[in-house]
Design a protein around this ligand. Structure first.
Ligand SMILES: Cc1cc2nc3c(=O)[nH]c(=O)nc-3n(C[C@H](O)[C@H](O)[C@H](O)COP(=O)(O)OP(=O)(O)OC[C@H]3O[C@@H](n4cnc5c(N)ncnc54)[C@H](O)[C@@H]3O)c2cc1C
Length: 397
């Protein structure tokens, strides 16, 4: 049986980006359909490390990141749960003088963005964070950053959107999108057809073919960060830990488990899926134990990975299509979209309501990849394949 819906805005992809956008739009009075090929929050948004971190982002992301920073402490009021968000602070460690110099440069370059970064030398680190072992010469501390539980937050936004009146359609893959007159026609699984005045392409690692079908090819690839979690432990660390270069990142949750990342998994034959490497998990835990003596005898109880869309310049694509009025893109967060997503949702909602936003997003324009081809208004399909992943930076949540 076929079904037809007509809405103001159709959102392709119910990750944290799509769900937070849906909630913000609904709050402005728009009718919204949020479509996901699986379950909302089941991909990168629900399986990530949980770092809610501004420190270390490219400077052009900081205004948007600051906007998201204001949303995180309001989660309880906004979506009904706090998502285990803790403003623990984020401590970025330097292994040598070169690392320390790069932390100093970052603090100078970003001074106007009010991250309140504090550079800490070796002795200060010993005094304040005595649980960190040898091999670290200093650090940069961002007191307002923290961490949260991605499983709760991402599904929490989708549930709040549903309660607010968004039509949340799970297991409903969008198969085709075309511009038709002054609106869009979408075809989705289950014989669903939709009409919408606006479309948001927030399909994460799967967003490339949608952009391409509107004449906007992008160099989107896939990366597969991998995570390890330990058994619950006595308090080992009090802040969210990051590191430059080939390091690790780690946080301890209230129940005592320590979540650690810093390796990449390998894609399977079907590149939608990946498998963490056993030796990768071992390497993560060895590095963690070397840095934090309290983890030397920790038992790893689980490891996993997720599929993330990545751009070569490590900046996402956010903003209006350059070829097709009414189409907006938001994807390619390159391992760092969890913290920023609630800000992205607000910005996209403003773009649709007002045609503009006060938050600077020019650096994220899809136009930075060259001249778009002319819009295809007669057809569109998501049948393309993403490119092979180039090597993109180092693990960095
Ligand atoms: C293991 C891991 C650790 C990470 N750690 C951090 C971190 O600590 N801090 C941080 O800031 N970021 C982190 N990230 C990155 C962050 O998780 C992502 O950048 C962010 O979640 C992206 O959100 P999204 O909504 O764009 O994508 P996703 O969560 O991937 O959502 C996209 C959705 O689109 C849906 N979709 C795809 N195709 C279709 C279709 N045809 N029709 C309908 N729906 C479709 C998918 O099913 C999916 O649910 C990490 C990522 C991973 C994988």
């Amino acid at each position: 049986m076929s079904r037809h819906l007509s809405v103001d805005v159709a959102i392709i992809g119910g990750g944290l980006v799509g769900s937070s956008t849906a909630l913000a739009l609904r709050g402005m009075g728009f009718s919204v359909a949020l479509l996901d090929k699986g379950f909302c929050g089941a991909q990168a948004s629900g399986v990530n490390y949980g770092g809610v971190r501004r420190q270390g982002r490219p400077v052009e992301q900081l205004p948007l990141s600051q906007r998201a920073h204001a949303v995180w402490p309001r989660l309880k009021a906004l979506i009904g749960i706090d998502g285990e968000f803790v403003r623990s602070g984020h401590l970025k460690l330097a292994r040598d003088e070169a690392d320390m110099a790069s932390l100093e440069t970052y603090a100078e370059t970003t001074a106007e963005h009010e991250l309140d970064l504090e550079l800490i030398g070796h002795n200060g680190l010993r005094e304040r964070f005595g649980w960190i072992g040898d091999g670290v010469v200093g650090a940069s501390f961002c007191p307002g950053d923290g961490h949260a539980n991605p499983r709760l937050v991402s599904t929490g936004f989708a549930a709040a959107a549903r309660r607010a009146g968004v039509e949340v359609l799970e297991n409903t893959a969008v198969e085709d999108v075309t511009r038709d007159g002054d609106s869009f026609a979408l075809e989705a699984a289950g014989n669903l057809s939709l009409r919408a005045r606006f479309v948001i392409n927030s399909a994460g690692a799967w967003a490339g073919p949608f952009a391409e079908s509107f004449g906007e090819p992008v160099p989107l690839s896939r990366i597969y960060p991998s995570m390890v979690v330990t058994e619950p432990m006595e308090p080992v660390m009090s802040v969210n830990i990051g590191m430059t270069g080939r390091g690790i990142y780690a946080r301890q949750v209230e129940r005592g488990n320590v979540v650690v990342g810093g390796e990449r998994a390998l894609p399977l034959g079907d590149v939608d899926f990946s498998r963490p490497r056993g030796e990768g998990a071992l390497s993560i835990m060895n590095r963690a134990a070397a840095l934090f003596p309290g983890l030397r005898h920790a038992q790893a109880i689980r490891f996993w990975s997720g599929t993330e869309g990545a751009m070569p310049d490590e900046n996402p694509v956010i903003g209006p299509s350059q070829t097709t009025p009414g189409l907006f893109h938001a994807f390619g967060f390159t391992g760092a979209g969890f913290q920023i997503a609630p800000g992205v949702g607000e910005v996209l909602a403003e773009l649709i309501r007002d045609g503009e936003t006060q938050t600077p997003i020019a650096a994220f324009s899809i136009g930075r990849f060259g001249n778009p081809a002319s819009a295809r208004t007669d057809q569109g399909s998501n049948a393309g394949q993403n490119q092979e992943p180039p090597h993109i930076g180092e693990p960095r949540p």
